[in-house]
Write a protein that binds this ligand. Structure first.
Ligand code: TRP
Length: 501
């Protein structure tokens, strides 16, 4: 069977950018920047982008394009014993990260509708945690599913299904070609509107005023590297899959650099909207900015609603804000459904439409636990463990596999043959030494702190049963998938790509 292919390079770029730009770019980046020294955070952030992000993104594009496969197939074609790494990456995203990620998109969808009537009233904090989430006392008290959230999540999975079902060109590519320009327009509207608010400038100052003293703290650097990983969808097995749908003549380095810069530029730009609004809120309440900034989800679902209630025509502003989040989120969640179904089809064959349907139903079922009253705690724990011990570990694995178990030169020569911007030997040095070293240091640091103190003071039992075991189960599932016999002959075929393909 012929492999699907993008219609255009632009379509590929939009899809890669769509996967990269997600919920994390809007509130996670803004909050991290604020917490970690404002403008000074740009230094570790850009350092992480240049020393690890771009190099790994080029590696993932290169591997997917040269080996022509989804993550498991591409890795197996490099070294059969490493197929599990590819499975593990797509499994912990498809049966982990995306399960709660779609729930957050579901919240955004609800808040989109709430915006029109400012349903949260004058106590958005109480509204979000008590009325909307109906939050329980802890992870062990699951409680009931929240109907509005469940409905939101059903809609999100329906969109995932409807987009991926239509195939690469008519589904993923088309959706992103509409979503991304639309997202950029909405964001431009939000930023130019937000900077006109009274007090906006004080917010922007808080966002950008550099506090260089923060740079001596290792945590700031770890935050920067982790954020780059998450934001560029590295270690997800997604970029490998997307690159495998490129025709023979494709400019890999240029597309990687464009994807990275558009993604990070978008984060920095969207930060202006986030902080202008916080500045406006602080000014109108006569409070210092530090009093109105909220951590991660509190920023979008508590601080923002409050500001929306206070601003003129806030209903419209709120609707645009939450719609942008929904669009940014959907284009990311779609990418893993595509990457997992590709992995499955590469190994076991089958009909794409059927696989996608089953996958989205399973995804919806898996999301349900996060729509319960205890869902937020589960989300928090699973997110922490998979981000810290999934993505980054896969990152190190990729570097070892391609850099040490294989001739990295093969990939570099391939990339240079098709790309306009050539990679020097420095790239090999990054992949073989620098990136795995930095990532290993991060893992060791994280592990040390993990054991020192329970994350967010959850009980060890919950952390182990929910967090650690989620990592372990996905890993075991990855190994099991890798051990199943191949039903297609893709692994045994010689990898050839006709110049016309
Ligand atoms: N890069 C996205 C962000 O910053 C995250 C993401 C990419 C993602 N692909 C995904 C999340 C697939 C879940 C599933 O928000």
């Amino acid at each position: 069977m012929k492999r699907e292919q993008w219609k255009s390079q632009f379509g590929f770029l939009m899809a890669a950018v769509g996967s990269a730009i997600g919920l994390g770019n809007i509130w996670r980046f803004s909050y991290l920047a604020y917490k970690n020294g404002g403008g000074a955070f740009l230094i570790p952030y850009i350092t992480a982008l240049l020393t690890a992000g771009i190099a790994l993104l080029i590696l993932e594009f290169g591997v997917g394009h040269e080996r022509i496969g989804s993550a498991p197939l591409a890795y197996a074609r490099i070294n059969r014993r490493w197929e599990w790494l590819g499975w593990w990456s797509v499994i912990f995203v498809m049966f982990g990260i995306v399960l709660y990620y779609t729930v957050i998109i579901g919240w955004c969808l609800n808040f989109f509708f709430y915006s029109f009537d400012l349903v949260w009233g004058n106590d958005p904090n109480d509204f979000f945690f008590n009325k909307f989430l109906h939050i329980s006392s802890g992870p062990s008290e699951i409680g009931q599913t929240r109907t509005p959230i469940l409905i939101g999540v059903i809609v999100v999975w329906f969109f995932n299904w409807a987009i991926v079902y239509r195939g690469i060109q008519k589904g993923v590519e088309l959706a992103n070609k509409i979503f991304m320009p639309l997202l950029f327009i909405l964001t431009i509207v939000l930023v130019s509107w937000a900077v006109s608010f009274e007090g906006a400038l004080s917010g922007i100052k808080a966002y950008l005023t550099p506090d260089f003293s923060k740079l001596s703290s290792p945590e700031v650097w770890i935050d920067a590297y982790s954020q780059i990983f998450f934001t560029l969808s590295l270690g997800f097995g997604i970029m490998i899959t997307y690159a495998s749908y490129l025709p023979a003549k494709s400019d890999l380095t240029k597309n990687a650099i464009l994807t990275a810069f558009i993604n990070c530029g978008f984060s920095i730009f969207a930060g202006f909207a986030v902080f202008s609004v916080l500045g406006f809120m602080a000014t109108s309440q006569n409070l210092p900015i530090s009093d109105v900034v909220r951590e991660s989800i509190g920023l979008a679902f508590v601080a923002y609603p409050k500001a929306i209630s206070m601003m003129p025509a806030g209903q419209l502003f709120g609707a645009i804000f939450f719609l942008s989040l929904v669009i940014a989120g959907l284009s990311s969640s779609v990418s893993i459904v595509e990457a997992f179904s590709a992995a499955y089809m590469d190994k076991f064959g089958g009909e794409k439409k059927k696989i996608v349907t089953v996958l989205c139903v399973l995804g919806l079922l898996g999301s349900i636990i996060f729509t319960t009253e205890g869902g937020l705690f589960w989300l928090d724990i699973v997110d922490h463990f998979l981000n810290h011990y999934g993505l980054v570990v896969v990152g190190v694995g990729e570097c070892i596999l391609v850099g040490w178990m294989f001739k990295l030169e093969v990939i570099r020569r391939h990339i240079n043959k098709v790309s306009s911007i050539s990679l020097g030997v420095w790239w090999n040095v990054l992949i073989k030494f620098i990136v795995p070293m930095i990532l290993s240091l991060i893992i060791i640091w994280d592990l040390y702190h993990e054991l020192e103190q329970p994350y967010e003071n959850y009980s060890w039992t919950s952390l182990i049963l929910i967090g650690r075991d989620w990592v372990l189960f996905t890993l075991v599932a990855g190994i099991v998938f890798a051990m199943r016999p191949w039903k297609t002959d893709l692994l045994d075929q010689e990898i050839v790509r006709k110049p016309s393909e």
